[in-house]
Design a protein. Sequence first.
Length: 508
Amino acid sequence: MRLINRYLLRQLAAPFVFALAAQTSLMLLSQIAKKFGALVGKGLPWTVIAEVFVLSLPFIVAMTLPMAVLLAVLYTFSHLAADNEITALRASGFSIYQVLAPVLIWGACMSAFNFLFVDQVLPRSNARLRSLLIDIGRKKPTFELREQVINEVPPSQYFLRASRIDAATGKLRGVTIYDVGGEASRRIIYADSGSMAYAEGQTDLSLRLYDGSIHQYRPAEPTRFQLTYFAVNDIRVKNVYDQLQRNTSESIRGDREMSTCEMLQVIHDAERDQQEARDERRKLAERDLRLLLNLPPPPVTPATPPDTTPKGYCGWVESLERSVLPKTVKAQTPAHPQRVTPQAPPRVTPQPQPRINPQAQPQIRLSTWSEVASAADRVQEADRRADRYAVEVHKKWAISLACISFVIIGIVMALRFPRAGIGLVIGGGLAVFSIHYVGLTAGESLADRGLMEPWLSMWLPNIILTILGLIGLVRVSRESGTTRGGDFQEMVDAVRHLLRRARGALGR
């Protein structure tokens, strides 16, 4: 049996490596075709351009690795079935389940590797890529502006539109600038023409506009509108770098830049905020009832601090990081501490206590509608935040464990249609992966809107594919051979037969 297991795994190795390399290369070429022109137009060094595409690789690998597992299983077992090797194994006393066992263990290993990769490597690469793209976006906006399009001028809140742009000289024609950065006012600036240039130090962008007007209004005063005409107007946008400057500070991470443990912490914080908001609503109702019934206020119970000690997988990851990463050096105590002379405590002169006027005490009032509504909004906001991050946590596990589902469904398809050849590998693999990807995308949208539980929305494609694979595995294991029929025409005929039966049932 060990010889058979090693043989099966050797047969899987080459198709898996080829499928992974081919799919990763194709998706990387697609990314290069989309971003290469914009990056070269920025005047960036080749090392920075290469870093952008290298940091894009982890996301591509996270998507292509489960697909490569599926294609490798389809290719290997379709060839084994077509060459009658599966028939020979079954004639020698081996069942389909014994053949499935080593491949299923291999799929579980791929799932574990993919999860560690998606959970630890991918968030860090996404964070670095996001920070790098933000830094690149702040460089040379002149080359990035497009005519007849509203262009953002980062990092400001200016949005610029020009009918004509000369990238060589920075001349502008038909300029419209939307300034939405001010909290107290909003401005729209119109100008017949203008020019762009970098100020001294090559960090600030200077805009000089000619023959225009400024339309300004305040949201707090909707009835007032201010209109100002100008012949020349200078606008300076700070921190628009001509040279690429890398930001080394830690930026705010989104759900795509966080590991499972970090997102679980956010979920726990959201659940705690949700419970606090519910407790606040309960206390408001209890206080109002006691006030109406003229009862004394309830005793104050001290709050118990939450347990923030990581457990399970997160505890193992934290202990591993502590053992691998360098420890923080604690500050040393001074070798010669200063001598402190004891002083007598100052004399305190007792002050007369002010007399309390009962009528001056604050009167306890009933809760307002705004207080109750605010607590209800906090509950809903915390629930949405917890669901959004729970979706990402379940997505990491669902994408990784999809390797096991793909192994089962792949073996069934290969043994059921052994003569389909490369069409099964390409068409069947694309169909299965499309079902899984569309299911994840639709489930994520439904879970974010609160229409479906996060765990169900992410695990439903895996559950459906696994159930179909297990049913097919039972049927395939009962068949006496693997070369009977087994092409796509048989599958088409089966679908037509099912449709005729469905029409007959509806006609009755």
